[in-house]
Design a protein around this ligand. Sequence first.
Ligand code: FAD
Length: 284
Amino acid sequence: MSVISSCSPNIVVVGGGIVGASIAWHLAARNANVTIVAEDFGGTATPNSFAWINAAYGNPKFYYDLRYRSMARWRTLGDELLPGLPLHWGGSLNWGMSPEELEEYQKQHSSWGYDITRMEQSEIRGREPAFVDDALPKWGWGLYAGEEGAVEAADAAHHFIADAEARGARVLPAEVTGFVKKGNRISGVAIASGEEVHAHHIVLAAGLGSVPLLATEGITLPVTSKAGLLIHTKPTGPLLNGVTYAEELHLRQKLDGRILVGTDFAGGDPGPHPQKTAEELLLS
Ligand SMILES: Cc1cc2nc3c(=O)[nH]c(=O)nc-3n(C[C@H](O)[C@H](O)[C@H](O)COP(=O)(O)OP(=O)(O)OC[C@H]3O[C@@H](n4cnc5c(N)ncnc54)[C@H](O)[C@@H]3O)c2cc1C
């Protein structure tokens, strides 16, 4: 067994999805000595994300505040700190709830300072001319949130990692199998080759992979996975301007021209023939 070590304080980040990549970049940008270890750079959930940047409905104020700060951080990152991040700020249209729920959502979020306005059907048609009339809200209006956007999350993760590496971070493709301990303190991670990577601090950002890793220390992380349906079309010319959250689906156009369509953020069984389910949904 060999030991990889460094005499200066160092940090190991486990996970190369959007969370691990962002943490590693932020640490490297502050001149920390970072090693990022992951099986799949770009992530596992990350490339399958709808990746809508928003602080929309359904959360208590403290969590809204966190999400709103995160939106502002994406702006700063894209505009100033890491230009080239694949971000798209096109706002969002929403009529994916009942009119009463939309009214409640607008009232609450407006009182919190969110830029959210009512948009009549004719204005929606103007913003998203590709929608056929049947797709528009039956009750004649929706909400428009102008500050929202989207990120091509896996590309962004690669971008963070490449820039962190350029700033001196070490990138190690490997499976972490457990933790190394010194007394009662975690002092590193063990990787599948049998090597140990020692560090002063370990950041576990391995998504679902954090569950079995923490289980080796008797810690239960209450995270589970669920099947879901996310559809990518072939690339097409510019069709959609922003995110739309409609009654039965949400959709946006990716920067590479593909339309991304989802049905339920909480997941949902696409059935035994996901391709057929996807085609039926797109034709409905
Ligand atoms: C369908 C869908 C839609 C979503 N929509 C949105 C949305 O609109 N807006 C939004 O903000 N969020 C959305 N999310 C959530 C968001 O995408 C995830 O929270 C995010 O991508 C999680 O990133 P992550 O880096 O934590 O995990 P992951 O992307 O899963 O990355 C985990 C990383 O850990 C590594 N790893 C795991 N185990 C090990 C191990 N033992 N050793 C080494 N490496 C390991 C993997 O290789 C990978 O690099 C959505 C998610 C899904 C699935």
